[in-house]
Design a binder for this molecule. Structure first.
Ligand code: GDP
Ligand code: ZN
Length: 353
């Protein structure tokens, strides 16, 4: 038996007869993985859930606590979402949206965390105004922000960078660390306390996975406990987005957090991609996708080695992540379509009922 309180569960709401509480550790679309006293189970939303959930934010996400109807021979059914202590939702452009559209904009990507690790690397992508925006977002989530400056081993003198964060945000703790050398990690142990949940926020490449791997190193115990469980068929995936660390704390590292839409439109320049931005202006076609188009300056530079693949891939990753900012109208359209499809499901289900 697993004690769910070790997963941060606080039994404030009575659990209805026949249901059990659980915490969501992973989900892909409507398929959820949930940790419960019975171990890890697969679950889907109960049919009536669609009747009652009007908004996208009513749907469970990583870190949520739920009540489920446990089923030991197939997927369990999620019947209720418990109130959230903290949450991050994806880019909310509500200033531009009205009524119905505004309500479907929020998509919650992580919930019930204690600390928000705002991660940025000390070498190339240090940007104080972005850190400040992340801090604002963390406060809005009701989580406690902690600034983590990564790759300290690569920075000669990062003292002035640490001080610039401290000066701009006096109430927020700042830590310089290195996942490679282990430098500074001891100071983080005060956050990694049993039952606490930390969410990683930061662009790809800043070292989130590396830090998680270091923290998970002695993770054998938890992994073993899950494998020992008799329910081999139940957990169909080993993929997780909420990780239990050996210290008893949990980390949420979900791709959703990388797409919060917090990024500067001009981030490409500030992060040291000016060379690439310059090259793209030399392609023959202004809308060149740098794939099969003739006279593409990017492909030419990759071929003659004057542009490294690594640098180019990094740039593309950055572009993908800032898409939510660059393409607001496309983003709104996607959200609106999602809202419509929920409305359609609801209608169809109501008809059937
Ligand atoms: P993520 O995309 O945020 O998960 O970043 P990763 O953990 O995948 O790291 C991206 C790159 O940065 C990899 O090449 C890592 O080896 C490197 N990296 C991560 N942490 C450190 C560090 O502390 N020091 C150095 N020198 N490199 C690091
Ligand atoms: Zn091109």
């Amino acid at each position: 038996m697993i004690n769910l309180e070790q997963y941060g569960y606080i039994p404030t709401i009575p659990v209805p007869e026949g249901l059990i509480p659980g915490r969501i550790t992973d989900h892909h679309g409507s398929h959820y993985t949930i940790i419960t006293a019975q171990g890890e189970v697969s679950a889907v939303l109960k049919g009536t859930y669609y009747h009652n959930a009007e908004l996208r934010e009513d749907f469970p996400c990583i870190g949520d606590f739920v009540h489920i109807l446990y089923n030991d021979s197939g997927p369990s059914l999620i019947s209720a979402l418990l109130p959230r202590k903290t949450m991050f939702s994806r880019a909310d452009f509500s200033g531009h949206a009205i009524g119905y559209v505004k309500t479907v904009l929020e998509q919650v990507v992580a919930a019930n965390f204690d600390y928000v690790f705002i991660m940025t690397s000390l070498n190339y992508d240090f940007n104080i105004s972005r850190i400040i925006r992340y801090i604002t977002q963390a406060h809005q989530s009701r989580g406690q922000p902690v600034v983590i400056l990564t790759k300290a081993d690569l920075a000669d003198d990062y003292g002035s960078l640490v001080r610039s964060v401290e000066k701009a945000a006096p109430d927020v703790p700042v830590h310089a660390v290195s996942a490679h050398t282990g430098y500074g990690l001891d100071a983080l142990s005060k956050y990694f306390q049993p039952g606490k949940t930390i969410v990683f926020l930061g662009m790809s490449g800043v070292g989130k996975s590396s830090l998680l791997n270091v923290l998970m190193e002695q993770e054998v115990m938890t992994v073993k406990a899950i494998r020992d469980d008799d329910s081999r068929g139940r957990h169909t995936t080993t993929h997780r987005q909420l990780f239990m660390l050996p210290s008893g704390a949990m980390v949420i590292d979900t791709p959703g957090m990388r797409e919060l839409g917090l990024f500067d439109v001009d981030y490409g320049l500030s992060a040291g991609f000016a060379d690439i931005e310059e090259l793209t202006t030399q392609c023959r076609f202004s809308d060149c996708r740098h794939q099969t188009e003739p006279k593409c300056a990017i492909r030419a530079a990759l071929n003659d080695g004057s542009l490294s693949y690594e640098h180019w891939e990094r740039y593309q990753a950055m572009k993908r992540e800032s898409k939510f900012v660059d393409d607001k109208s496309g983003y709104l359209r996607e959200k609106r379509d999602f809202g419509k499809s929920i409305a359609v499901w609801n209608k169809q289900r109501k008809k059937k009922a």
